[in-house]
Ligand binder design. Sequence first.
Ligand code: ADP
Ligand code: MG
Length: 209
Amino acid sequence: MSTVTKEQIVRWLESTAAVLEANKGYLTDLDSAIGDADHGTNMDRGFKKVMEKLPTVADKDIGNILKTVGMTLISSVGGASGPLYGTFYMRGGMAADAKEELEADDLVNVLQGAVDGIIQRGRAQPGDKTMVDALLPALAALKAAVADSQDVRAGMAAAVAAAEQGMKDTIPLQARKGRASYLGERSIGHQDPGATSSHLILNALLEVL
Ligand code: ADP
Ligand code: MG
């Protein structure tokens, strides 16, 4: 499998909505330890809105679909994660402009644009205990695997494994961005909710390939 089709992108978004609904309680529990206990409900609300919008753009190109997801998240999710994930899909969509399917290199460009967007918007560095700590290792692993095989499934499998490790590696970190940073050293010992949702989102893509 060396491309991602538009139909797979649509199924990825549907499956993301289902996974976020199923993990709503888990993500909110993680956020209750170091934040304000709303990450699960934020993500679930946002992707329910995405599901309402999806039928109106499902026949458009991948860039258009992803940009619509981004705008929907920005307008429907409060909190830090709405604008950040909104930027992720908007910038990913800009990198997929007019495309009906993604070759392996296109997929790298989409994830690169998406992750660059989050970093430019949120200014988090690696090690700040945020979603960036799952996403940057995932991007690096995707690039390396694609350079090796040009295979999108192998690339995403490597990306998801790296995201999972990055997510777990947030546990001993002290938060330096977002609400969790207000806790100072008390944020140590807890897994970051946003890194966890990032892992779930990438894993949902792997599962439709
Ligand atoms: P809020 O913190 O506003 O309640 P959420 O609970 O939905 O929003 O999201 C919290 C997550 O957002 C954190 O776990 C972290 O991963 C992520 N986050 C917060 N600030 C930033 C930032 N500046 N850059 C990247 N990610 C961030
Ligand atoms: Mg929160």
